[in-house]
Write a protein that binds this ligand. Sequence first.
Ligand SMILES: *Cc1c(COP(=O)(O)O)cnc(C)c1O
Length: 245
Amino acid sequence: MLAAFDGYKEECKRIMTTIAARLQAVRSRIAAAAESAGRPLEDIRLIAVSKTFTGAAIQEARAAGQVAFGESYLQEAMAKIPVLGPDFEWHHIAPIQSNKTRQVAELFHWAHGVDRLKIAERLSSSRPAGRPPLDICIQINISSEASKSGVAPQEVLALARAISPLQGVRLRGLMAIPEATPDVRLLRARFRQIRELKDEIVRQGIKLDTLSMGMSDDLEAAIAEGATLVRVGHAIFGERPQGPG
Ligand SMILES: *Cc1c(COP(=O)(O)O)cnc(C)c1O
């Protein structure tokens, strides 16, 4: 009995040091990428993508100083977020179904997967009174993949114009996930296209300050092209069980 408990304690300690160490390694990668891009480190924030991982794993990352977390599955997020308490910043990073906008507007600080005006309007009208507007990003289907969600690049300016007057949301920038490729030049070109789209929208008079791009395997390329929020999952928490994410 006692031996089993000691084993359990050992296991907790192992998970803890692993997450803290991985988090530190990711921070070092971000710092190195910022330095080689000649960018200030403060301009880049890390979102720890905790989908499929337990509240205990999230607490370990929190204890190691991580504040912003990303979740993709609403049911799972609804079970974890209220239990963890107020000391976190939550980012919804998946497409949003129109019958789920109220939960997203109530639970999260940010939503990165907005790709239709109707979703933005519903998020805006269901943001609880007394809370600051929900920060949102428009998701772009930058590689025009049939399987990916997101608005087409040529439609993003019109969507940004329509969203920016809404009161319950605050349009902060663009989010995208380029196609998976070992071709670093192609990847860089995709991230650059996202940045150029953002720059174009800013030139049209809409204030944006956010580029949500880059994940565990490509954060360096994203930072080189101007990412301000990187969404990193398995490099912090380990491999996810097989699933839709
Ligand atoms: C799962 C997920 C991530 C994290 O992916 P990793 O490759 O594990 O870093 C980032 N962004 C989105 C939108 C995701 O769904």
